[in-house]
Every structure is written in C-alpha cells, then in structure tokens.
Design a protein around this ligand. Structure first.
Ligand SMILES: *[C@@H]1O[C@H](CO)[C@@H](O)[C@H](O)[C@H]1NC(C)=O
Ligand SMILES: *[C@@H]1O[C@H](CO)[C@@H](O)[C@H](O)[C@H]1NC(C)=O
Ligand SMILES: *[C@@H]1O[C@H](CO)[C@@H](O)[C@H](O)[C@H]1NC(C)=O
Ligand SMILES: *[C@@H]1O[C@H](CO)[C@@H](O)[C@H](O)[C@H]1NC(C)=O
Ligand SMILES: *[C@@H]1O[C@H](CO)[C@@H](O)[C@H](O)[C@H]1NC(C)=O
Ligand SMILES: *[C@@H]1O[C@H](CO)[C@@H](O)[C@H](O)[C@H]1NC(C)=O
Ligand SMILES: *[C@@H]1O[C@H](CO)[C@@H](O)[C@H](O)[C@H]1NC(C)=O
Ligand SMILES: *[C@@H]1O[C@H](CO)[C@@H](O)[C@H](O)[C@H]1NC(C)=O
Length: 337
C-alpha cells in the first residue's frame, strides 16, 4: 500500500481529492476511469455506498455487475474503466473507485440531463407599440434550466426566455434557441406579433383634388407593419395600394377594398358616390359654370328662335309669336307641325 502511494506520487497524481464532473444526456453513456491508473489488479466501483461493478481475481475471474447496472455496464479488467449505457436521471450522483483495495482520492459526479425538447414560442403580451414573446422548453421539471437565446435573421438579439419587440420594427420571423449543457433545439415563429386585420373603412381621401379619390384604411395601425390593400370592382382586381381614383362616370359603382396582412384579411364594399357627396370646390365651381352655360344657351336659343321668325312674316307679329311658341312646345304635344 505504501508502495502504491509512492507510485501515485511519482505519477504526479494529487493526493487531495477532486471531483470530476460528467454531464450526460438521458439515454447517453458515460465512461469513468481511475485517474492516473493504467493497470489494475482488482477494482470496485461504487455509487454512494452501493457497489456498481467489481473485479477481484482472488474471488472470481468474472466481472461482477450489481443492481440495475446489470445489462448496461461494462468494466475493463485491465484498466479499471467502467462504461454505463442508457443513462437515466436517477443515475445522477457521486461515484467512487477502489483500485487494488485502495480508495482513490478522486470522486466522480455524474449529472444526467434530459435533452431540450418541445421548444415553443408564444405571444405573452401585446400592446399597440410592443409585443412580448415567451420561449419555453420541455422538460420544465428538474433542476436543469435552459438557456434561451433569441435570434432574428441569424443575428443574436438577446438572452432570456422573454423577448420584447417594438412593433415599429417587426421582423417577419423570430427564432428561439433553447439549450442546456447536453443539447440545444430551436424553433422559429412567423408573424406572431401581427394582429388580425380589423375595421376596414373606405372614405374619401382628405387631400384629394380629383372628383372622387377613395382611401381604404384598416386596423391594426401602420405601426404593426404594412397592410396590403387591393381594390376590387365586380370581382375584378383593379389595383393595389390604399388609394383609388374613381372617374365621374363610375361614381355609382361599388368598390371593394381587401385589406390584408400575413395573418388575416378583411374586406368592405361601398358605392363610390356614398363617399364622394361632400364634393370639393372644383366640382361645385364646375357645376355652377355648367349651369350658367346651360341657362345662357337656353336664352340664346330663345332669342335665335325669335329672330328666325322675322323673315317669314314681318307684318304678323302676333301670328309669328304664336308660331314660335308652338315650335317651343313641340316636344310636349305634337301640335306644332
Ligand atoms: C490476492 O491474493 C494475493 C495472495 O493470495 C494477495 O497477495 C493479493 O493482495 C490479493 N489481491 C487482492 C486484490 O486482494
Ligand atoms: C413534445 O413534442 C413531442 C413531439 O415533438 C410530442 O409528442 C410530445 O407530446 C411533446 N411533449 C410535451 C410535454 O409537450
Ligand atoms: C391603441 O390603439 C387603439 C386604436 O387605435 C387606441 O384606441 C388606443 O388608445 C391605443 N392605446 C394606446 C395605449 O396607445
Ligand atoms: C446568455 O446567458 C448565459 C447565461 O445565462 C451566458 O452564459 C451567455 O454568455 C449569454 N449569451 C450572450 C450572447 O449574452
Ligand atoms: C419603437 O420604435 C419607434 C420608432 O423607432 C420609436 O419611436 C418608439 O419609441 C419605440 N418604442 C419603444 C417602446 O421602444
Ligand atoms: C443553439 O445554441 C447552441 C448553444 O449555444 C448552439 O450550439 C447551437 O448551434 C444553436 N443552434 C442554433 C440553430 O442556433
Ligand atoms: C400589387 O400586387 C402585386 C400582386 O398582387 C404585387 O406583386 C405588388 O408588389 C403589389 N404592389 C404594391 C405597391 O403593393
Ligand atoms: C383578400 O386578400 C387576401 C390576401 O391576398 C386573399 O387571401 C383573400 O382571398 C382576398 N379576399 C377576397 C375576398 O378577395
């Protein structure tokens, strides 16, 4: 025994005890080897106070495996290395080894962790201006916690299970990478912060200088990222964009606005004239000018008719007037000709 201690000393093995930590995944395997030992005559591995595996040629030429280590454990007779397969969380704990009847100073701590699984992103909270995402992973039990990293377009965003994003700068997708020392898994969500389209409304554009320029507006507000607007008339695509110019001759038609974002769409249909009743000044002036022109034309016609009578009958003033009246009335009754 004294000899062995001296051998260990010369091999440079510290005699003070140290703890070797092995972190392994469930169903994985671990190999523990006596530190600083190349060959053994006899070896005993223990988990706590219970024997795991033993080889003692004075007792048996066979390796002996104990308890639930049977069938998944091998012990190398020459090196004293032990390999345990199909690890479970209950394999976590401290192992020790005796080589040639001497308890080695090192101990071995095994930690068996479950692989990260079921990485899920949910929208935890949302306001007009920001959106909060929560990343979770299974198993949530056990002492092992996960490290969460948020990634956008391959770029690191932040650490931690929560991510708050500004709706003015929404990305199409967000990725959460959950990891523990033995595994990592990531998941990606798309457009999770986008709200469903709502309150689609058609009205006349404020700053319009055409007769009837329609504007389609919908919730959520533009801060949520752009909405797509498509104008439809009689089931036919007209144009996209929120504005639509309706020509005078089309005022009585109905127009449909389809507002959409990547998560939803909504339509509303209205007659153009219902929105264009409050006509701009240009239209009023136009109407007035047209009216005056028509009145003027009527007067001119009357005067022309009156003049046109004169050459026919210069003397019979009364008869001519009657004749002219008859011509004027002609459309109503056919008494004229
Ligand atoms: C095995 O037995 C021999 C003699 O019988 C003894 O010298 C040796 O120390 C024993 N080995 C162990 C590991 O007990
Ligand atoms: C984890 O995901 C797997 C498939 O991916 C599913 O079968 C299992 O039910 C999920 N477990 C939990 C706890 O959600
Ligand atoms: C959020 O938006 C709605 C609709 O535009 C508005 O009524 C409400 O006041 C806004 N809330 C905040 C806190 O800005
Ligand atoms: C994330 O947090 C972990 C510990 O919680 C830390 O070790 C790591 O360096 C952090 N990563 C980044 C990129 O900040
Ligand atoms: C979101 O971004 C906008 C535009 O850059 C900025 O004005 C606003 O203050 C930001 N909101 C928050 C909560 O950071
Ligand atoms: C997730 O994080 C782990 C640990 O930091 C890293 O090894 C792995 O490459 C990451 N996976 C992805 C898809 O980013
Ligand atoms: C209009 O719609 C077409 C297809 O529907 C699309 O490719 C195009 O980008 C849109 N333009 C605008 C300005 O939204
Ligand atoms: C509205 O637009 C969305 C997105 O382009 C489309 O999926 C949907 O079919 C459209 N609805 C109608 C009624 O046109």
């Amino acid at each position: 025994m004294k000899q062995q201690v001296w051998i260990l000393f010369f091999l440079g093995v510290p005699l003070c005890s140290s703890v070797k930590v092995h972190i392994k995944v469930v169903n994985g395997d671990v190999t523990l080897s006596p530190v600083g030992i190349s060959t053994v005559k006899s070896v005993v591995w223990k988990f706590g106070i219970n024997k795991v595996a033993e080889f003692d040629p004075n007792f048996s030429e066979e390796v002996h495996i104990f308890g639930n280590y049977e069938g998944r454990t091998t012990l190398n007779k020459e090196t004293g290395k032990i390999t345990i397969l199909k690890l479970t969380p209950s394999d976590s704990g401290t192992f020790s080894v005796e080589v040639d009847s001497v308890l080695m100073p090192d101990s071995y701590r095994l930690e068996v962790l479950e692989a990260v699984n079921n990485v899920t992103i949910i929208k935890a909270d949302s306001s007009n201006s920001s959106c909060e995402l929560l990343c979770t992973a299974k198993p949530s039990s056990g002492e092992a916690s996960f490290n969460y990293v948020w990634i956008k377009n391959g770029q690191f965003l932040s650490n931690g299970s929560y991510l708050t994003v500004n709706k003015s700068h929404l990305s199409h997708s967000y990725t959460c990478n959950a990891s523990n020392p033995v595994s990592s898994k990531s998941t990606t969500v798309e457009d999770i912060c986008k709200e469903a389209v709502n309150n689609v409304d058609i009205r006349k554009a404020d700053s319009s200088n055409s007769l009837c320029e329609l504007l389609c507006e919908a919730m959520p507000s533009p801060g949520e990222g752009s909405l797509n607007y498509v104008w439809i008339k009689n089931g036919q695509f007209l144009s996209n964009g929120s504005h639509l110019d309706v020509s005078n001759s089309d005022l009585s038609h109905s127009y449909t606005c389809n507002a959409s974002n990547p998560v939803s769409w909504k339509i509303t249909t209205e007659k153009a004239e219902d929105n264009c009743k409050g006509r701009p000044i240009g239209a009023i002036v136009g109407t007035t000018v047209t009216g005056i022109t028509l009145i003027g034309f009527g007067v001119a016609m009357y005067l022309w008719k009156k003049r046109a009578c004169k050459p026919d009958d210069d003397t019979a003033e009364n008869g001519c007037r009657a004749g002219c009246n008859r011509v004027t009335d002609a459309p109503n009754g056919k008494s004229g000709e």
